[in-house]
Design a protein around this ligand. Structure first.
Ligand code: APR
Length: 241
């Protein structure tokens, strides 16, 4: 275990793998979401313009799945809450996930760079609302009254992820960059480890079920289920404080 300066911030990138043991599907595992439906049909602005009903059906099903009582935060989410509570230098979670499991576990400092499934956004005026119900083209925006423009507050392929300037700033300063449960296929998140290496300040660790595309860029790697790996790694980190 490398020695991390306890006064430095820890930046944690999470992907779909951290939610797998909570019962949510990943994208690129053999039984993943993209093995059942094409990105071009449901996760691009063009798809929404071409067939908004199909796109709403896709996200309505995922929203209902997320709100299922059987879907709960798992020990990996809980370990990150403990780390945020006990690490002197502070912790920021930058998640690619659109679920709310980090928040439901108790994490406070969370950036959803790909948006949030339990929020809607008006394509007309940009108004963002909480959304725990099915969306459809009939719905009117609560702010501008326009119908047909409400979409999930989710970043689609071809769109810019959220808060990238803030994310780049914290990566430059991080004493530790932890990447958990992501395959390293999608930029800019897949490039975060190179940003950390470029500034040369942070130790980088990959905790994943198997090596990601960017595995060789990490100073340290550990493989196994997040529900086992993350609590163990957090315990080691906090013991060394
Ligand atoms: N514990 C840890 N890692 C796991 C587990 C587990 N229990 N189960 C699966 N994984 C790993 C897989 O080995 C894989 O490397 O999680 C990773 C999931 O990779 P993807 O399915 O590609 O998901 P992700 O990396 O989050 O995708 C990034 O792509 O489709 C877009 O916007 C979507 O945010 C998503 C982005």
């Amino acid at each position: 275990m490398a020695k991390i300066d306890p006064s430095s911030q820890i930046v944690v990138l999470t992907g779909a793998g951290i939610s797998k043991e909570s019962g949510l599907d990943t994208f690129r595992d053999k039984d993943g979401i993209w093995s059942r439906v094409r990105i071009e049909d449901v996760a691009t602005p063009e798809a929404f313009a071409r067939d908004p009903v199909r796109v709403h059906e896709f996200y309505n099903a995922r929203r209902q799945g997320l709100l299922n009582a059987n879907v709960q935060p798992n020990p990996a989410h809980a370990a990150l809450v403990r780390l945020e509570r006990d690490w002197p230098g502070g912790v920021l979670i930058v998640t690619q996930n659109i679920d709310d499991l980090h928040e439901r576990a108790g994490s406070v400092n969370v950036i959803h760079m790909h948006g949030e499934l339990l929020k809607s956004r008006c394509a007309g005026c940009g108004h963002i609302d909480d959304c725990r119900h099915d969306l459809s083209v009939e719905f009117e925006c609560a702010a501008c009254g326009q119908a047909g423009g409400l979409r999930p507050h989710v970043v689609w392929f071809g769109e810019m992820p959220l808060l990238m300037d803030e994310i780049e700033q914290v990566l430059a300063q991080a004493g530790l960059f932890l990447s958990i449960g992501t395959s390293g296929n999608v930029y800019p998140a897949a490039g975060f480890v190179e940003v950390v290496r470029h500034y040369g300040r942070g130790h980088s660790v990959e905790l994943n079920l198997e090596p990601s595309v960017g595995a060789t860029s990490f100073a340290e790697t550990r493989y196994g289920p997040a529900g086992e790996l993350v609590p163990r790694y957090v315990e080691e980190l906090l013991r060394a404080v």
